[in-house]
Design a protein around this ligand. Structure first.
Ligand SMILES: Nc1ncnc2c1ncn2[C@@H]1O[C@H](COP(=O)(O)OP(=O)(O)OP(=O)(O)O)[C@@H](O)[C@H]1O
Length: 236
């Protein structure tokens, strides 16, 4: 089986300072939700950025659906199938929902209208608010919009950086339900989450990243219930 994503031995950082990633690796198999947890500053967001091609890596390799994309920039990796939803500033606040979605179809302008209809069918909330400015949406609605913008790229693999950050427990639950829904429709997901227990419970597998390196990995629900993991990384 060809992995949906392989990132191997990534070394990367920001400029002259010490590298943040010191050889981190993750893999996502077709059909999986995989969550990366770990202490603040471990490099979780940095790992997603390095995979998405937004941060140059000094060492390592990235492959999407069996194709090596290490030499590709962010656009090349998007074309190869990766959609990255950043944690912050992930929608254009002053544009409408429809405009946000339309410009996200830039990889395939011809297919964009069809894709847009699929998205409105999947998320009736967005269809109902298509003329609303993105900044008028609730936090949860905005995260759905950001995810839908990723879907406009017709990805084979979704990268989500803390999709529930700043959301109420209820909105976070709805967002996780939307992630499960997408995954059941066949999309593999790699996410970084602060709501680690909830995220691991809905994940097939999880990785613990510590100081830029892999620590523990295992089945998501098992990690969520593991007493040592809970004590060390999940606040008791
Ligand atoms: N743009 C940047 N320029 C310089 N340093 C950065 C930048 N972004 C992140 N860092 C540093 O890289 C380290 C890892 O940050 P990263 O955001 O990847 O951590 P994280 O594991 O996602 O943690 P958190 O849960 O705090 O977001 C931190 O020390 C952070 O200060």
């Amino acid at each position: 089986m060809t992995a949906a994503l392989i990132a191997e031995g990534l070394v990367a950082g920001y400029g002259a300072a010490e590298q943040i990633l010191k050889g981190a690796s993750v893999a996502v198999q077709p059909g999986e939700i995989v969550t990366i947890i770990g202490p603040n500053g471990a490099g979780k967001s940095t790992l997603l950025k390095a995979v998405a091609g937004l941060l140059k890596i000094a060492e390592g390799r990235v492959a999407v659906a069996g194709r090596d994309v290490t030499a590709q920039d962010a656009i090349g990796r998007a074309r190869a199938g990766l959609a990255f939803v950043p944690q912050e500033a992930n929608v254009f606040a002053r544009l409408s929902v429809a405009e946000n979605l339309s410009i996200s179809g830039f990889l395939d302008p011809k297919g964009s209208a069809t894709e847009l209809e699929k998205i409105y069918a999947r998320y009736p909330m967005l269809a109902g608010k298509r003329r609303a400015l993105a900044r008028s949406l609730s936090g949860g609605q905005r995260q759905i919009l950001a995810m839908a913008m990723g879907l406009m790229q017709q990805p084979t693999m979704m990268l989500l950086d803390e999709p529930t950050a700043g959301l109420s427990p209820r909105a976070a639950e709805e967002l996780f339900a939307a992630v499960i829904d997408l995954n059941r429709a066949g999309l593999p997901v790699l996410m970084v989450e602060q709501h680690a227990v909830e995220a691991l419970r809905i994940s097939h597998r999880g990785y613990v990243l510590v100081a830029g390196r892999n620590s523990v990995e295992g089945a998501g629900p098992a990690l969520a219930e593991d007493p040592d993991i809970r004590r060390l990384f999940l606040g008791g």
